[in-house]
Design a protein around this ligand. Structure first.
Ligand SMILES: *Cc1c(COP(=O)(O)O)cnc(C)c1O
Length: 397
């Protein structure tokens, strides 16, 4: 019955990460012992001080519709956070709270893109960017990066990707899936290229800001005064605060873009969930030091998984500086036949790992890089050890 559906939705591909999670759930239901390293989701609980704020909000009867762009107090907490952590100054009219950072990103695409506008996406990029752009009638322009360059786009590559139709540049730093972080100097060099192209809006997705292992300090494109007026900074609480299901994200940016997002959201979802918004006020007002224990833990698991993966022939890893993923190049296996299965590409490889090792990962194709797979290490030490040993056994048997 797909003819009853719009061309737009028929062309849309399902989120590969959610799809892999669904497949893993299916196999589990069939009795298979699957270790899930496919989802980008911390395995911690939401901190107690944040949960307590939510409980209090329920008791205090925060049950009515909120302002479309978020509670005044939450916008104030976001403004204080931007100033405290990023030295960025915003007025309330420049802030919009949404149902997850994903909606913030979708809003920006919807309000900025006209049909045919090009959006530059350094690859690998976060799984939904390209489909959000397409849903907004934009054209994703993928710029492949290399493991040797730590999966970062060079100024030269940016210059070559720009056309008269280029409307936006989107990236995440720290990057999901590669864990790479653009230094202040690297961002400055990209900003220099953009000087000749004032029509280009930058979307800087900083949702992993706090999950940083201390090599490259976090930097924001909007910190450059010549970029401030055309950069949208997107952030949220899902990852660093272990609040994926609470669904709160936000953006700070030029007020004409923020107002447009507010207008769109007012016709689509209205304000984000009231209780979750109250809890996020507390999450943001408290010092980020209170969530550092999770980063310490992730750092140990990063070392563990890198050591284990480097012990498997054919895996080439960069050292991720942030987020909680490794993105090994596994192209050495392409063309080989393992347990009767021919591995043609990264999707075959991820499927082989699911079936032969009972470990769920995600194909790099979903992130615009067909040589790699993404493995999340937001899992317990025991799960990581067991998963990688199963992978090794399946590949060397
Ligand atoms: C998880 C993730 C998001 C989505 O965040 P939500 O607040 O859960 O919508 C956005 N960008 C990147 C890079 C992510 O990894």
């Amino acid at each position: 019955m797909s003819h009853q559906l719009s061309e737009k939705i028929n062309k849309l591909v399902p989120s590969a990460t959610l799809e892999m999670a669904a497949k893993a759930r299916e196999l589990r239901a069939a009795g298979k012992d699957i270790i899930g390293l496919s989802l980008g989701e911390p395995d911690f609980n939401t901190p107690d001080y944040v949960k307590d704020a939510a409980i209090q909000a329920v008791k205090d009867n925060y049950n009515a519709y909120t302002p479309v762009d978020g509670y005044v107090e939450l916008k104030k907490a976001i403004i204080t956070k931007f100033e405290r952590d990023n030295q960025l100054r915003y007025e309330p009219s420049q802030i919009v709270v949404s149902t997850g950072a994903k909606q913030s990103l979708y809003n920006v695409a919807q309000v900025c893109l006209n049909p045919g506008d090009e959006v530059i996406l350094p690859c690998p990029y976060w799984v939904s960017y390209s489909d959000i752009v397409k849903l907004s009638d934009g054209v994703p322009v993928e710029v492949p990066t290399t493991l040797e360059n730590d999966f970062k786009m060079t100024p030269q590559q940016l210059r070559e990707a720009i056309t008269p139709k280029t409307k936006m540049l989107w990236y995440s730093s720290p990057c999901n899936p590669s864990g790479s972080i653009y230094s202040r100097e690297e961002l400055r060099a990209l900003a220099d290229v953009l000087q000749d192209h004032p029509q280009i809006v930058v979307v800087s997705d900083e949702i992993y800001e706090h999950i940083n292992y201390g090599v490259t300090p976090h930097a924001s494109m909007a910190q450059f005064s010549d970029m401030y007026d055309r950069t949208v900074t997107v952030n949220g609480v899902a990852k660093a605060f272990a609040m994926t299901g609470w669904r709160i994200g936000y953006l700070g940016g030029p007020s004409h873009i923020a107002r447009a997002c507010n207008k769109l959201q007012g016709q689509v979802t209205s304000g984000a969930n009231c209780i979750a918004q109250r809890a996020v006020i507390t999450a943001l007002e408290e010092s980020p030091d209170r969530i550092a224990y999770m980063v310490t833990e992730f750092k140990e698991r990063r070392k563990l998984i890198l050591d284990l993966l480097n012990g498997i022939p054919g895996f080439k890893c960069n050292e991720p500086e942030g987020a909680f993923y490794v993105f090994p190049n596994v192209s050495a296996y392409f063309g080989k036949t393992l347990k009767g299965k021919t591995i043609g590409n990264a999707s075959d490889f991820a499927m082989f790992l699911l079936e032969a090792a009972n470990v769920a990962t995600v194909t790099g194709d979903a992130f615009g890089n067909g040589d790699c797979i993404r493995i999340s290490y937001a899992a317990s030490v025991k799960e990581i050890e067991e998963a990688i040993s199963r992978i090794k056994a399946a590949l060397t048997a």
